[in-house]
Design a protein around this ligand. Structure first.
Ligand code: KIV
Length: 275
């Protein structure tokens, strides 16, 4: 009897080969249990620096560190068998020079086992993307609304309207030319995202960028209705887990306060037969 074939992990060349093919499915994951939920259904699990806002209550992604990304990256890798893990390079870990970017990217890959990083920025990051890819670090790029630049952009706004459109297209092209294997398009007008997708030889993965990208990504806590602090208009909710959790915690608190907890049918540990 032969053993079952090991599950093959998706890698950056597999993602690149999906350009114009079956749409890519990507969700964020920051923990092992969520990675286990994402793995059977998604091509890519993104350990986004949104972890700072979603799990750590930070006001923006600017305070996220390389150490945090490594900690969450290791947790996510423990929960994945098949989907590809991409880990965000946090603010301040790559912008200074290609050498700084390589040092931190190499740490992220070697300490987590993930096969790829993502970084924000367009033409200004092209030299760094080329430097990393030439040294064995596959890079997913990210243009449009780049949350690490919230202060220069002046808010979490749509990017690429009017005269900005040509710059966004040039930024996306520069990333592809530099060797990025895929690119996130965040909060672009749908027509511009469609134009970028038609122009680039690499897959585009949209978030708030309309339906005509090669794939889509959402923050998992947003689409599950768990993260309620901030709800971008483009997020489609597939569940209301925050509301359900609130009702469950309220019911537990009421039972404890009234003395009804745990109820007559509850089996306590000491009454369960020991093996
Ligand atoms: O940090 C993140 O979650 C992201 C996605 C929104 C693309 O970059």
């Amino acid at each position: 009897m032969s053993a079952a074939a090991p599950i093959r992990r998706i890698l950056p060349p597999d993602i690149l080969s999906r350009k114009g093919g079956n749409r890519l499915v990507m969700l964020t994951a920051y923990t092992t249990p969520v990675a286990r939920l994402v793995d059977p259904h998604c091509d890519i699990a993104l350990v986004g620096d949104s972890v700072g806002m979603v799990l750590h209550g930070m006001p923006s992604t600017l305070g996220v560190t390389v150490e945090m990304m490594i900690l969450h990256g290791r947790a996510v890798m423990r929960g994945l068998e098949r989907a590809m893990c991409v880990i965000d390079m946090p603010f301040g870990s790559y912008e200074e020079s290609p050498q700084q970017a390589f040092r931190n990217a190499a740490r992220i890959l070697s300490e987590t086992g993930a096969p790829a990083v993502k970084l924000e920025g367009g033409a200004g990051m092209a030299e760094t993307i080329a430097f990393l890819t030439a040294r064995g670090v596959p890079v997913m790029a990210h243009v449009g609304l780049t949350p690490q630049a919230v202060n220069t952009l002046g808010g979490y706004r749509v990017v690429g309207r009017g005269a900005e459109a040509d710059r966004v297209l040039a930024d996306a092209r520069a990333c592809a030319d530099a060797g990025a294997f895929a690119i996130v398009l965040e909060k672009l007008p749908a027509a511009l995202a469609a134009r970028v997708t038609a122009d680039l030889p690499i897959p585009t993965i949209g978030i708030g960028a309309g339906p005509d990208c090669d794939g889509q990504v959402l923050v998992v806590d947003d689409m599950l209705g768990l993260f309620t602090d901030f709800r971008p208009k483009f997020v489609k909710r597939y569940a209301e887990l925050g509301r359900d959790a609130d009702a469950a915690i309220k019911a537990y608190a009421a039972e404890v306060r009234s003395g009804a907890f745990p109820g007559p049918d509850h089996v306590f540990a000491e009454t369960v037969p020991q093996k």
